[in-house]
Design a protein around this ligand. Structure first.
Ligand code: PDD
Length: 286
């Protein structure tokens, strides 16, 4: 089915959606993005994604082209026009098309390019992978030092996903200075007893919107949280491990570099967190 996508104020069939070859998003990865999940036609944690979008744009001295209310309307129109039930909305804002290639940022006369599209994933919340868990490998983190900004520079994460695919597993965990930073497109956690351990926020990782919600809900459920880095070795000896992201929600990790975590099967703490997260997010969806 042909999708209706959003480009710079217009809703058009995907085949008619056009961006210039001089767009800085294309030439220089000069762009930021967000991915928001949709369950039962409603947006999950939309406000959180809007806040992070504004922050990413601000860090790159880019103007936010829309208010939160306008972004919400565009998202909702896109859901309606595509009859989206379960899936994701991808949003990208680039520094626009200055008409030529130049390392210097263009002036304010150049408008940002805004693109949004839907990805249909029927039964997204019932992903069977959550019952078996992911296997991951660890690889060096060779990304730039501003991973807190959600830019479209996704070549290294893409290489990490390919390394995982070639190794016959589901994802790669990045390692820097002997400790895990995050997954290719998700935040990483381990569980020891009833304590959840995850890296504190810094420029080394993306400030996951799912991470904020999961840590809040875990604290409300009286679970203990320790924000500190952990090594692959410690993760392999943990009781449970998991990742969070807007598209995978809370996903158990059952094997790291060929070593089973805990029983090698998804554990109870992660299963409970996934359930709490999905229940609460469905309830608060807009
Ligand atoms: N990725 N870390 C990285 C490097 C990410 O790319 C993502 C999200 C996350 C989790 O953030 P959130 O909980 O806000 O989704 C952490 C999205 C889903 C993607 O690129 O498709």
């Amino acid at each position: 089915m042909s999708r209706i996508v959003y480009v710079n104020g217009s809703f058009v069939p995907e085949a008619e959606a056009v961006v210039s070859v001089f767009d800085r998003g294309f030439l220089m990865a000069d762009a930021v993005y967000e991915v928001t999940s949709v369950l039962d036609g409603k947006l999950i944690d939309f406000a959180g994604h809007c806040v992070r979008l504004a922050r990413s744009l601000g860090e790159l001295e880019m103007k936010n082209p829309h208010s939160e209310a306008e972004w919400l309307q565009i998202h909702r129109d896109l859901v309606d026009q595509n009859g989206l039930v379960d899936g994701m909305i991808y949003l990208q804002v680039t520094r626009g098309n200055p008409g030529d290639r130049d390392f210097v940022y263009p002036g304010p006369e150049v408008m940002p390019t805004v693109v949004l599209f839907t990805q249909s994933k029927p039964g997204l919340a019932d992903n069977p992978a959550a019952k078996v868990g992911w296997k991951v490998i660890s690889i060096p983190d060779l990304r730039w030092d501003r991973r807190d900004i959600k830019t479209v520079q996704l070549l290294y994460p893409s290489m990490g996903k390919m390394a995982a695919k070639k190794a016959g597993v589901d994802d790669s965990w990045f390692v820097q200075d002997g400790v895990v930073t995050e997954g290719t497109s998700n935040n990483a956690y381990i569980v020891k007893g009833s304590k959840i351990i995850t890296r504190p926020l810094s420029n080394d990782i993306l400030h996951g919107i799912t991470r904020v919600a999961v840590l809040r809900l875990a604290a409300e459920a009286q679970m203990e949280i320790e924000e500190r880095a952990f090594s692959v070795d410690e993760a392999q000896r943990a009781d449970e491990a998991f990742i969070t992201s807007a598209s995978a929600f809370v996903m158990p990790v059952v094997e790291i570099d060929g070593t089973a975590v805990g029983t090698g099967k998804p554990g109870q703490v992660v299963a409970r967190l996934r359930e709490i997260y999905l229940d609460e997010m469905r309830r608060a969806a807009v």
